[in-house]
Write a protein that binds this ligand. Structure first.
Ligand code: PLP
Length: 286
């Protein structure tokens, strides 16, 4: 069945869908995006993702491309038309199409693209069973990574470096030696006492929606969470380490820069968080 994409008011064949060459997302990375997981036919944590979209748009003074309720309808429709039961839905809003000029254009409507794709859930399950490896790279992004913009070149380069090193994610490390976050995920460790540690969501990281839901999951499981910075050395000596994102939920990290975490196998705490996640997350029938 051919995939369908929503582009500025129309549902189009994915393979031939396009935006104008002077879309500001294309020319200036002047746009924002969201990715929601689709699991067992439900869109996961859509409210949180749309709240964050609203914040990203406000920070960049980009208008909503349509009302929030209309966008929810489009998201559901794209998921249904692509018959996605497990996978993800991607949405991108840019400032719109205008002759190339740095200044904000007047009277231009924001562009909206929504796509969805199927992902075999056994892929994520296998990855969680085996755990992933991460490398560390110097933080080299701008200081507004709290806004989910499509300007992701440092993330692309970091993740490509991870792949070249046989790893699946890169953790950015700031000048003080503290881990900020992953190229496309938040970073966590578990201390010897079983306390979850993740960096505060100030301007150094993106406030992950999965991260926020995991706080609730941890609460349900009686686990303590501490929001504080942690160093690479602390992470390497931790009881467990893991990443979180809409596409990976909570996935164990078994090695950092080639050094195994604990016994080099996925930890039990991250796996219990992963198992309980779906029940705690907000679910919207697609
Ligand atoms: N940090 C970065 C840089 C990301 O790109 C992502 C997700 O893409 C996350 C964190 C995790 O955010 P979420 O849990 O909302 O997917």
């Amino acid at each position: 069945m051919p995939r369908v994409a929503y582009v500025n008011g129309r549902y189009l064949p994915h393979a031939s869908a396009g935006v104008h060459i002077e879309d500001r997302g294309y020319q200036f990375a002047d746009g924002v995006y969201e990715v929601c997981e689709v699991a067992r036919g439900f869109i996961v944590d859509m409210r949180g993702h749309l709240d964050r979209l609203d914040r990203s748009l406000r920070e960049l003074k980009i208008g909503w491309p349509m009302s929030r309720s209309a966008l929810e309808v489009v998201i559901g429709e794209v998921v249904r038309r692509n018959r996605v039961k497990n996978g993800l839905v991607y949405l991108q809003v840019t400032r719109g199409v205008a002759g190339r000029d740095f200044l904000f254009p007047a009277g231009v409507s924001p562009s909206l693209v929504v796509t969805a794709k199927k992902v075999d859930p056994s892929v994520g399950a296998k990855r969680a069973e085996n755990g992933i490896k991460v490398i560390t790279v110097p933080e080299n992004r701008w200081d507004r990574v709290d806004i989910k913009t499509v300007g992701l070149l440092p993330n692309v380069l970091a993740k490509e470096a991870a792949r070249a090193a046989g790893a699946q994610e890169a953790w950015f490390v700031d000048r003080d030696g503290n881990v900020t976050e992953g190229g496309s995920s938040n970073a966590w460790i578990v201390t010897k006492d079983g306390v979850l540690v993740t960096r505060p969501a100030d301007r150094g990281i993106l406030r992950g929606i999965t991260r926020t839901t995991l706080f609730n999951v941890a609460g349900k499981l009686g686990l303590k969470v501490e929001e504080r910075a942690f160093t690479v050395a602390e992470a390497k000596a931790a009881r467990e380490a893991f990443i979180s994102s809409a596409t990976t939920v909570a996935t164990p990290v078994v090695a950092i820069d080639g050094e195994p975490i604990a016994n080099g196998h996925p930890g039990s705490i991250v796996l219990s968080l992963r198992n309980a996640f779906f029940d705690v997350a907000e679910k919207r029938q697609a």
